[in-house]
Design a protein around this ligand. Structure first.
Ligand code: AKB
Length: 317
C-alpha cells in the first residue's frame, strides 16, 4: 500500500482529503503535516500528524525519509485575494513549498500532486469553454505562481522523470474547513450566513460566472488522477476539471427556492471583482474525461441541498 504525505493538511482541501485518503489507503499510510501547532493538534485527533514548514527543505526531507513516503500531496497555498494583499509572501510560500516538493520528489522518487487553479488563466484567455491548452497570462500573483508551478512540474517530469500530476481546481464548495483568502469563497460563505442570519452580502458582482466543484468530486479527482495509468496521460500539469458554472444571482435563486426568507445584497470588493472577471466563465474538461475518466457526480441542485442540510446540522440549526 502507498504511503502518502499531505503537506498543508489543515486547509479547506486537506481537512477532507485526509479521511478520504485514509479510507482508500489505510489510516497508517496517510501522514498529515501542517505549519500551525493548533492545526497539528486538531489533525492528530484523527490522523498521524506532524508539524512542518514546507519551505524548510531539511525538515520536509526528514519527514519524507522518516515515513518512507511514496506520494506527496502539496496543498500549501496562499489563495488569490490574499495573494494580492501580499504578493511577495504569496510567491515565497507558494513557490518555496512547490520547489521543495519537486526536489524531494526527485530525490526520494515519490509521486507529487500539486493543485493548479482556474487562477492560472487571465483576461485574454477565451472565457467560454476555456480549452485545456490555451493562452495563460494571469493577472494575479496567485495565477503567476500557478502557471510557473505547472511549467516547473512538467519540466521535472520530462527532465528528471518525476511523476508529477495536477488538476486546475475551480472554486471548491465544501462543508468542512472554511476556505480563506480566495475569490470563490463567497459560494461557501453564503450557506453559513443564510443559515446563521438569513442574510448574505456578496463581494462578487451578481453576473460573474465562475466554475465550481463540490468537495466529494474534488477528492475523487485527486485520487483518480493519482491512480491513473501513466501511459494514458497526454497532459500532466494540469488538467481542467469542472462540474458546474454559475453566477451569484443563479446560486442565490437556488438557495431562495429552499430558504424563502433568505435575503441577499451586494457590496462588491474591487479586487475580487477584477480577479473574478479575469477568470473563465466555464471550462472545457474533456481532456480529463478522456485521459483518466473524470466523471463528476454533483450538480448545482444536489450541491445546494447537501450544503444546506450539512451546514444546518453543523451549526445546530
Ligand atoms: C481562489 O479563489 O483563489 C481559489 C481558486 C479558484 O484557486 N478558490
Amino acid at each position: 500500500m502507498k504511503r502518502i504525505l499531505v503537506v498543508g493538511a489543515g486547509g479547506q482541501i486537506g481537512t477532507e482529503l485526509i479521511p478520504h485518503l485514509q479510507k482508500n489507503y489505510g489510516y497508517d499510510n496517510v501522514i498529515a503535516a501542517d505549519l500551525k501547532d493548533e492545526v497539528v493538534a486538531r489533525l492528530s485527533q484523527n490522523a498521524i500528524a506532524e508539524k512542518l514548514d514546507a519551505t524548510d527543505f531539511q525538515a520536509y526531507g526528514e519527514l519524507v525519509k522518516k515515513y518512507k513516503v511514496d506520494a506527496i500531496y502539496n496543498m500549501v497555498a496562499l489563495l488569490s485575494a490574499t495573494g494580492e494583499r501580499m504578493p511577495d509572501v504569496a510567491w515565497n510560500i507558494n513557490m518555496g513549498a512547490l520547489l521543495n516538493s519537486l526536489n524531494l520528489a526527485k530525490e526520494f522518487n515519490t509521486a507529487l500532486f500539486t493543485p493548479s487553479s482556474i487562477g492560472a488563466f487571465g483576461s485574454n484567455t477565451p472565457h467560454t469553454k476555456t480549452p485545456q491548452d490555451t493562452v495563460m497570462r494571469p493577472n494575479t500573483i496567485y495565477g503567476v505562481c500557478k502557471v510557473t508551478g505547472e511549467l516547473l512540474s512538467d519540466y521535472y517530469f520530462s527532465r528528471f522523470g518525476v511523476d508529477t500530476r495536477s488538476v486546475r481546481f475551480p472554486g471548491l464548495i465544501s462543508n468542512g474547513a472554511l476556505p480563506g483568502g480566495g475569490t470563490t469563497d463567497y459560494a461557501v460563505e453564503v450557506f453559513y450566513e443564510i443559515i446563521r442570519s438569513g442574510h448574505y452580502t456578496c463581494p462578487i458582482p451578481e453576473d460573474t460566472y465562475m466554475d465550481m466543484l463540490y468537495m466529494p468530486d474534488a477528492l475523487n479527482a485527486l485520487t483518480q488522477l493519482m491512480e491513473a495509468d501513466p501511459a494514458k496521460l497526454v497532459h500532466r500539469n494540469s488538467f481542467n476539471v469542472t462540474c458546474m458554472s454559475f453566477n451569484p444571482r443563479e446560486l442565490f435563486a437556488k438557495i431562495k427556492e429552499r430558504v424563502p426568507h433568505a435575503t441577499f445584497d451586494f457590496d462588491v470588493d474591487p479586487v475580487k471583482a477584477q480577479i473574478s472577471a479575469s477568470w473563465p466563465d466555464s471550462l472545457d474538461d474533456s481532456c480529463a474525461r478522456e485521459e483518466w475518466g473524470w466523471n463528476p457526480q454533483w450538480d448545482l441542485d444536489a450541491m445546494v441541498d447537501d450544503m444546506l442540510k450539512t451546514i444546518a446540522q453543523k451549526l445546530g440549526k
